[in-house]
Write a protein that binds this ligand. Structure first.
Ligand code: AMP
Ligand code: MN
Length: 339
C-alpha cells in the first residue's frame, strides 16, 4: 500500500483551542492539526499533507522554512513533523485546493474528489532519514514479488472502517523503532532483505550478520515449506538504539506462507517462533477490545518500552488473531520528541 502523503480530504470539524485567539484545531480523518482562524470552514475540501511529507522549496511553502527546513540527501525541502502549539498536538498541513490550479490540467482540477492523491502534482516526497552503511548493503535484486513488504496503516487513516473493527478480538504488540528485516526460503533459495531490497550476502551487513547468528537458513530449511519471516532489526547503530541494547537483534512480527500467499495466524506464528527459538516483538496484550474512539487509542499508545522502561515507546501495532486486520497507533509523545 503506497502511502498517500497529500490527498484531498474533507474537514470534519474545527474547534477552539483554550487560550488561543488566532488559531484553531481542525480534524481531518483521524488527524488533528492547527489552522489559522478563518482560513477553512467545516465541510471544506482541502489538501491534507500527512506528517513525514517532504515538501519542495517553493514560494508557497516558504512559511515552513523556520520550523521545517531539512535536507534529504542532497535535496532541500520542508519536512512536516508532529508539533505542539498552545498545548495542542498538530500533525500535518492543510492547503487550499486552489494551490493546484497551475499544477494540473483544468479538467483534472474539476474532477478532483475526496481521497485523490496529489503528492506528485505538488512534488511532495516521503521524508526518509539517512541509512547507515551497515544497513544499506549491496543489492541482489528488488524486493521479492512473492512476499508483501512490511508496512502498517496508521489508525488516523482508518476512521471509516474503525467502527467495524470493534467486533474483532485483537492482540497488541509494541512497535519497535528499528529497521525492517525480511528472511525467506523459496525453492531452496535463502534470502535476506531490508525494507525495500533483496541483499547480497556481504561483509559487515547487519541483516546478513543477524541471519547467520540466528542460523535462520538452517532453521527455515527444516520447515520444508516456502516461508518468510519478518521482524524489526534493532540495537547498536540502528535509529540511535533507543533501547540501549548490546549488539543487534531481530524481534519477529510476521510469518508468511509463500505457497499459500497468506500470513500465518497468531497461533501459527507463535508455534513457529517457539520451534525456531526466535524472539517476537514484545506483547502488550493477547486479548484486547479496542477503545471506542481513536483519540482514546492514541493516549493508550503512549508509554514506556517493554524492552527498556527508560525509553519512550514508539507506539503499538494492533492485529486480529486471524491476522487479516493490522494497523499502527504511534505515540504522539514519541513523535513530539523526534528531531
Ligand atoms: P513505520 O516504521 O512507521 O514505517 O511502520 C511500519 C513498520 O513498523 C513495519 O514495516 C515494521 O518494520 C515496523 N514494526 C516495528 N514493530 C512492529 C510490530 N510490533 N509489528 C509490526 N511491525 C512492526
Ligand atoms: Mn519504523
Amino acid at each position: 500500500m503506497e502511502r498517500k502523503l497529500a490527498s484531498i480530504q474533507c474537514i470534519y470539524s474545527i474547534d477552539d483551542i483554550p487560550g488561543a485567539d488566532n488559531i484553531q484545531v481542525a480534524t481531518v480523518k483521524g488527524w488533528k492539526l492547527v489552522v489559522k482562524k478563518g482560513e477553512f470552514e467545516v465541510g471544506d475540501n482541502a489538501i491534507y499533507c500527512e506528517i513525514d511529507s517532504f515538501l519542495p522549496i517553493r514560494g508557497e511553502f516558504e512559511f515552513l522554512r523556520k520550523s521545517s527546513y531539512k535536507k534529504m540527501g542532497d535535496q532541500e525541502g520542508f519536512r512536516l513533523r508532529t508539533i505542539k502549539l498552545r498545548g495542542q498536538v498538530s500533525q500535518g498541513l492543510l492547503l487550499p485546493i486552489s494551490i493546484l490550479l497551475d499544477k494540473i490540467y483544468a479538467d483534472q482540477y474539476k474532477a478532483l474528489k475526496i481521497g485523490d492523491d496529489v503528492s506528485e502534482a505538488l512534488g511532495i516526497l516521503k521524508y526518509e532519514p539517512p541509512i547507515p552503511a551497515e544497513l544499506s548493503g549491496v543489492m541482489k535484486g528488488g524486493f521479492p514479488n512473492f512476499i508483501p513488504k512490511t508496512d502498517e496503516e496508521r489508525i488516523q487513516n482508518l476512521t471509516e472502517v474503525y467502527p467495524n473493527f470493534r467486533k474483532s478480538n485483537f492482540y497488541v504488540t509494541e512497535k519497535l523503532d528499528g529497521s525492517s528485516a525480511t528472511f525467506y526460503i523459496n525453492n531452496g533459495v535463502f534470502g535476506v532483505c531490508s525494507r525495500n531490497i533483496d541483499l547480497l550476502e556481504s561483509e559487515g551487513n547487519s541483516f546478513w550478520k543477524v541471519a547467520r547468528q540466528l542460523k535462520l537458513e538452517e532453521k527455515m530449511k527444516e520447515s520444508e515449506k516456502n516461508i518468510c519471516l519478518q521482524g524489526e532489526l534493532i540495537g547498536e547503530g540502528i535509529q540511535g538504539n533507543p533501547y540501549k541494547l548490546k549488539g543487534q537483534h531481530v524481534y519477529f512480527f510476521n510469518a508468511f506462507d509463500i505457497d499459500e500467499q497468506r500470513y500465518l495466524s497468531l497461533n501459527e506464528f507463535a508455534e513457529i517462533m517457539e520451534w525456531f527459538e526466535l524472539e517476537t516483538v514484545p506483547f502488550v496484550f493477547n486479548d484486547y477490545s479496542i477503545p471506542e474512539t481513536i483519540d482514546e487509542f492514541l493516549s493508550f499508545a503512549e508509554g514506556k518500552s517493554i524492552l527498556n522502561p527508560n525509553a519512550e515507546r514508539e507506539g503499538l501495532v494492533i492485529r486480529n488473531h486471524a491476522r487479516t486486520i493490522s494497523f499502527k497507533v504511534i505515540s504522539n509523545k514519541f513523535l513530539l520528541k523526534q528531531e
